[in-house]
Design a protein around this ligand. Sequence first.
Ligand SMILES: NC(=O)C1=CN([C@@H]2O[C@H](COP(=O)(O)OP(=O)(O)OC[C@H]3O[C@@H](n4cnc5c(N)ncnc54)[C@H](OP(=O)(O)O)[C@@H]3O)[C@@H](O)[C@H]2O)C=CC1
Ligand SMILES: CC(=O)C(=O)O
Ligand SMILES: [Mg+2]
Length: 762
Amino acid sequence: MAESIKSDLASDALAYHRWPRPGKLEIRSTKPLGTQHDLSLAYTPGVAAACLAIAADPAAARDLTARQNLVAVVTNGTAVLGLGDIGPLAAKPVMEGKAVLFKKFAGIDVFDIEIAEKDIDRLVDMVAALEPSFGGINLEDIKAPECFEVERKLRERMSIPVFHDDQHGTAIIVGAALLNAMEFAGKSIENAKIVTSGAGAAALACLDFLVDLGARRENIFVTDIDGVVYKGRPSMNSRMETFARDTNARKLADVIGGADVFLGLSAGGILKPEMVKEMAERPLVMALANPTPEIEPGEARAARPDAMICTGRSDHPNQVNNVLCFPYIFRGALDVAASTINEAMKIAAVRAIALLAHEPPSDVVAKAYGGESRSYGKDSLIPSPFDPRLILRIAPAVARAAMETGVAKKPIQDFAAYEESLTRFVFRSGFIMKPLMQAAKIEPKRVIYADGEDERVLRAVQTIVEEGLAQPILIGRPGIIDKRLERFGLSVRAGKDFELVDPEDDPRYRDYVATYLDCAGRLGVTPDAARTLVRTNSTVIAAIAVKRGDADAMLCGLDGRFKSRLNHIRDVIGLLPGATDFAAMSLIITSKGALFLTDTHVRDDPTAAEIAETTLMCAHHVRRFGLEPKIALVSHSDFGSDDTPSAVKMRAALLILRKTAPDLEVDGEMQAGTALSQPIREQVLPSSRLKGEANVLVMPNLDAANIAYTMTMVMADALPVGPILIGAAQPAHILTPSTTTRGIVNMTAFSVAEAQGAPGPY
Ligand SMILES: NC(=O)C1=CN([C@@H]2O[C@H](COP(=O)(O)OP(=O)(O)OC[C@H]3O[C@@H](n4cnc5c(N)ncnc54)[C@H](OP(=O)(O)O)[C@@H]3O)[C@@H](O)[C@H]2O)C=CC1
Ligand SMILES: CC(=O)C(=O)O
Ligand SMILES: [Mg+2]
């Protein structure tokens, strides 16, 4: 172990596990437990109702307990990674690790269960007895050949999925990588010579599965610690026997010559560079032992520059690790209450993973790997574990296969809705953005991006084009944009998928200068200054394009200052007729729900009349999300508890709103806690017009709004949509330097819906 991981990584890992509290897991309540009434529902006496319902109908446990989303990760610690039989207690960090991967990647809850038992039948009895607790069993790091028997017996006894991850999870991801590698190298799995190092749980399960995928037994050579598995070898179990060859070859070096595939699932350092040199053209080297691979990728590459190289580790390209599979295969299986995970479900997962590798890379992946991302090829044969699309592709494929093979106890009725629901694990904004996304797709509009050379815009445009959300127009230099698209592995191209405005050479330049002078000539802008601005300032170009009708909406602001961008929009596009100034609202999405805040970016210390105006414009935009606004005018004062100028101002704003918009569900002034909690409001002012939780908080000034916004963002790890500029005569929005690719996609959908819709409330 000492040499298997570098000492600085080892000390980082120990600190990671130790601080700020030991281990990697905790249990959280998903229901409120704040009052006596809550307690009487969660526990006795109320809980008895749930118990009796399940006693009458066991299937009710799916709706009344956490069971259907709960998996047991079970080990006896006999083959922990490649560390061997280190025992169940020492295996616990790995099992806690698997648990957090289940949760992070697929929202599945896990209890890790380390059992001090090596006897097969006693282990099986213990695990089988856990059936009432769990929706599925994930066996982990149990050594071969015992693991085969343990899994077989459990599958016979239990009517929930039992899945030995090291066998089947590994086989699925190895299968996907191998299919893609063969395709990339122009070879066929049927003719591939495959040589393994390892004849344990993972290796034998992979070989069985590769045979199912088309590999031929006569092309397979298995080796382990005792060398080649040959017919009549004394040290052999029945599972190995099916791969035993009639041969005089005895060592890995004797069989590796001409191999198309090396599959290492054994221990570090077994494969020597001189052996790799003997392999066939464009060989696939899968050195998957953890934590130390059978050969370091650098050594393999030096020996054979044409090799495709995979490891089980995250610090090299082509991470072939069962983490790409187990969270999602269980997600699909649990979602249809599958009684088992069968071959059809596994093959569906293989195909989904293999196909996803061919899609253009995702920006989330690039971020996870420090900005780098690769498109399909030698160093990207399979998707990265951080690819957010894994769940969207694998879980539905598995669920569908379960339904088609009759093992789904709760088949999905509306598959499109199911697929949509999976986006909750990926883009937290998925649900609230849905109405806008749908509207955008129906009638995509022309959206111009001032920061057309920015990586985030280019990645967003890939999604926007694929999803048909808008007709993008990018401002930027063609050479730079082409190069960047190439570098990021994006397939969209200027002219075909989006229009390009080259600020240095656009035939409309003179017309744009004229338009700018029409708009800003009386604001002290000279013709010379106008010419320079229209050549150099992409916000000005975008605003003129919208003004002239060459684009329907604009997005800018990914770098630079909000207020300077706003001044250009003010000069060129101007205010909605009747509006006295611009304002900004921001949507924040947290695990507790979505909340609009205003005015987060524009008005410093608005008057009561200005607050009332902003509130009305904000309500109009909230309705675009398909939501009825529930507005609180917030303050430090709760319904007259204080008479400071800001409290009086919010009270005055309410009076104006009562006159101008008598039907609006708005109240104030009130504290933010009162706004967000009906029980608190009932104590303070039971007659309040506002019912339930407010979804819009109107703040007394810019400081309050911006501080609340940025603080919630950090403290609640919230996802922002916006800022949404309100009050502009045509759709124009100023993003911020921290806006992500997804944020740009969201604001594109918003701008398109805005461009389609009725103008503002004035
Ligand atoms: N990347 C991934 O996703 C995964 C990687 N793995 C890795 O694969 C390896 C095996 O795991 P698993 O199958 O669960 O464990 P097992 O204990 O079931 O199998 C280990 C196999 O490797 C053989 N072996 C051990 N040492 C050597 C050696 N020095 N030379 C040749 N063969 C050797 C063993 O032979 P014998 O039995 O004779 O000792 C046995 O056949 C581990 O390193 C594990 O981390 C496993 C699952 C997934
Ligand atoms: C990845 C894994 O499960 C293993 O190495 O055992
Ligand atoms: Mg394992």
